[in-house]
Design a binder for this molecule. Structure first.
Ligand code: OAD
Length: 256
């Protein structure tokens, strides 16, 4: 199936969806300049070993290093702008919800670019780097768009500030997982965008969708761990493919 055929098939699916669930990963933010995790040479992991930074043990061992790294990433995300792929997903939500159908965006990303692009129905499976909390009281704060004044940052309660992201070895926010599984159990179209689908539980979402009888779609320049269970795969960057799908589904030249 050629790229245009895949775009047409996905466009028809999202146009006719009654309960659309979208899953995104780092690839949807790649064209905004935020690094993915596993892409060779460009991914975050080309420059550091995740176990050194993205675990509670790493934070306990070296809170200064971990705080510096996450504050650097937080400011990096703030300096990025949503790309046409983010905006197309926000338009897709408006179109689906505006016609009385249900839409939910499940993201593994912590950069909040979906919300900055106008998406509202967003579940942050891995939390967000934009909100930090006190390790002693759990009180949450949203640090200003400037570097933190000290690393690590102490709180009035005598704790430390840590980012509200899910670290390796930590559980996902229960409410996020419940919302995701509930929506997947009822969806009729599932669209996976920009994720390698290697990390659970997101890697298993396509099976939940298939169990519900959904049409499954994928947008990624490459095959992924779930491509074998995908009905329609569009191979290319989401910043180009997603706007083409929304245009084909709802634009003047809407898919017949
Ligand atoms: P990965 O880096 O594992 O995968 C990024 C995916 O995006 C790959 O499949 C790329 O082919 C694809 N990609 C690259 N550029 C793209 C583009 N322009 N358009 C569309 N796709 C593109 O990132 P994730 O799958 O998000 O978890 O990783 C999932 C989780 O693994 C992350 O949330 C993180 C990590 O462990 C935690 O930190 C808890």
């Amino acid at each position: 199936m050629g790229e245009n055929d895949s775009i047409g098939a996905i466009a028809r699916a999202v146009r006719d969806a009654c309960r659309l669930v979208v899953l995104t990963g780092a690839g949807v933010s790649a064209e905004s300049g935020t690094p993915t995790f596993r892409d060779a040479m460009t991914g975050l992991w080309a420059s550091f070993n995740p176990e050194q930074l993205a675990t509670p043990e790493a934070f306990d061992r070296d809170p200064e290093l971990v705080t510096r790294w996450y504050d650097h990433r937080r400011l990096g995300c703030m300096a990025c702008e949503p790309n046409p792929g983010h905006r197309a997903l926000a338009e897709l939500e408006r179109r689906v919800v505006g016609s009385g159908r249900s839409f939910l965006l499940l993201t593994q990303n912590v950069d909040r670019l979906h919300q900055r692009a106008g998406s509202n129905a967003v579940v942050e499976l891995h939390g967000t780097i934009m909100v930090w909390r006190c390790t002693k009281t759990g009180r949450e704060v949203m640090p200003p768009p400037t570097p933190m004044s000290e690393y690590p940052t102490r709180t009035e309660a005598g704790g430390l500030l840590r980012p509200c992201v899910v670290w390796f070895g930590e559980m996902l926010p229960e409410s996020a997982l419940e919302a995701a599984l509930s929506s997947l159990g009822e969806c009729d179209v599932f669209l996976s965008v920009g994720t390698s689908a290697l990390v659970q539980p997101a890697a298993g979402f396509v099976f939940e969708a298939r169990r519900a009888g959904a049409v499954t779609c994928e947008i990624n320049p490459q095959d992924t761990a779930i491509t074998g269970w995908i009905d329609h795969a569009a191979r290319g960057p989401s910043g180009r493919i997603l706007p083409a799908i929304v245009e084909a589904a709802f634009g003047d030249g809407a898919a017949a």
